[in-house]
Design a protein around this ligand. Structure first.
Ligand SMILES: C[S@@+](CC[C@H](N)C(=O)[O-])C[C@H]1O[C@@H](n2cnc3c(N)ncnc32)[C@H](O)[C@@H]1O
Ligand code: SF4
Length: 387
């Protein structure tokens, strides 16, 4: 079969995104190892009150690197961005607009904990240009939330979603986690049904990852909690796909479902296509024109660098062609739009044929697309093509 040529990410015009990391949380959930700090953990040298100005200093420094391109997407993540006053988030967005520029129709997302928003803060965000919000819901079941050491009150979730709609947010997303120890299939069904009842435009559902160094990993090691086996996790994925699809949310990436193409998270799609983005904030990664670099991790070191008029960059690397190929295969295989066969080259024909024969993939418009069974075995599919 001839392999059609399609432009690679290095030759097509790459979209530009901006990620702003906000490294603050009110409490740390036991399972989470993100670069985020509670008030007690933060220490000296950085404050929440000064964070927006520090990040704005980095935005101003970064802007010339955009090469005249405006941002198609902006994503405030964390941590919990909504731990900062809404006015601070709006000021950072305005600084991006003033320096890098925001493209027409820009998607501007903030992540939020359902307990960290009010009708007023949501209205301020919406007026300031935010149009998408992603709530960390995780589960609707109290004993599951307790195992995760989540402190938000599940009763606040419908209210937070209603407030976001009333404030005029066009896109509302919810994050769910499955596979928490002690979570039954019925528990997971309840969480999915309640998520669907919120009428979201988008749902992300990730299997719980045991991150080394977290309080949760210590509990697993001590045998206080037992992680489910792979079969149970696979059954939960299938239930998620069935219920979300039944509610009109189609998968567009292994762990992400959207009401329609317009409801897909364009910022994440930009990552998955290895486009370009600035990462603003402590520990944030940037990826531009074949280079990747990352900032110093601690908010105090980050603030110190910028206060001294220095770059917060810690280290970086040039992405060589084999690395770019591997990353493209790993990311685009997870997408419903699939991986262009041209990215694999003619040398992979027999592996592709084997995967088609085993019903793990189908070929659609010269792209390799995972079947439902293939989605459960995506890592094994990817391993066929990378050393
Ligand atoms: C920055 S948080 C979202 C906003 C807010 N901090 C919250 O949790 O509500 C991003 C997402 O990562 C998920 N996450 C963090 N650690 C995880 C883990 N170990 N396994 C699976 N998902 C994880 C969280 O549950 C959350 O939905
Ligand atoms: S899951 Fe969200 S709220 Fe919990 S510690 Fe991580 S970033 Fe903070």
């Amino acid at each position: 079969m001839p392999y059609a040529e399609s432009p690679t990410p290095s030759t097509r015009d790459r979209a530009l995104g901006v990620y702003v990391h906000v490294p603050f949380c009110s409490v740390r959930c036991g399972y989470c190892d993100f670069n985020t700090y509670t008030a007690d953990e933060l220490g000296e040298g950085a404050t929440r009150a000064s964070y927006a100005d520090t990040a704005i200093a980095e935005i101003v420094r970064s802007a010339p690197g955009a090469g005249g391109r405006s941002a198609e997407t902006v994503f405030f993540g964390g941590g919990t961005p909504t731990q900062l006053p809404a006015d601070d988030l709006v000021r950072m967005l305005a600084a991006i607009d003033d320096t890098i520029g925001l493209a027409d129709g820009v998607e501007v997302t903030t992540e939020a904990n359902p307990d960290s928003v009010t009708p007023e803060s949501l209205a301020t965000l919406r007026r300031g240009g935010f149009n998408r919000i992603s709530f960390g819901v995780q589960s609707a079941v109290p004993h599951v939330l307790a195992t995760l050491e989540r402190t938000h009150d599940p009763a606040n979730v419908p209210q937070a979603v209603r407030w976001a709609r009333e404030a005029g947010f066009e896109q509302v997303s919810v994050d769910l986690i499955y596979g928490t120890p002690g979570e039954s299939m019925d528990d997971w069904r309840t969480s999915l049904e309640q998520a669907v009842a919120l009428g979201p435009d988008h749902v992300s559902a990730y299997a719980l990852i045991v991150e080394q160094g977290t309080a949760f990993a210590r509990k697993v090691r001590r045998g206080e909690v037992v992680m489910p086996d792979d079969d149970e996790t696979a059954d939960k994925y299938l239930l998620a796909d069935e219920l979300l699809t039944g509610a009109g949310l189609g998968w567009y990436e292994l762990s992400n479902w959207a009401r329609d193409a317009a409801a897909q998270c364009r910022h994440n799609v930009l990552y998955w296509h290895s486009d370009d983005w600035f990462g603003i904030g402590p520990g944030a990664h940037s990826h531009l024109a074949g280079e990747r670099w990352w900032n110093v991790k601690h908010p105090a070191a980050y603030a110190q660098r910028l206060a001294a008029g220095e770059s917060p960059r810690h280290d970086g690397e040039t992405i060589d062609a084999p690395t770019a190929r591997t990353e493209r295969i790993m990311l685009e295989t997870r997408l419903r739009s699939g991986l262009a066969l041209s990215a694999l080259g003619p040398g992979a024909r027999s592996e592709v044929a084997e995967l088609v024969d085993s019903a793990l993939v189908t070929i659609v418009d010269e792209h390799l697309v995972l079947t439902l069974t293939g989605r459960l075995l995506a890592d094994a599919v990817v391993r066929k093509f990378i050393e």
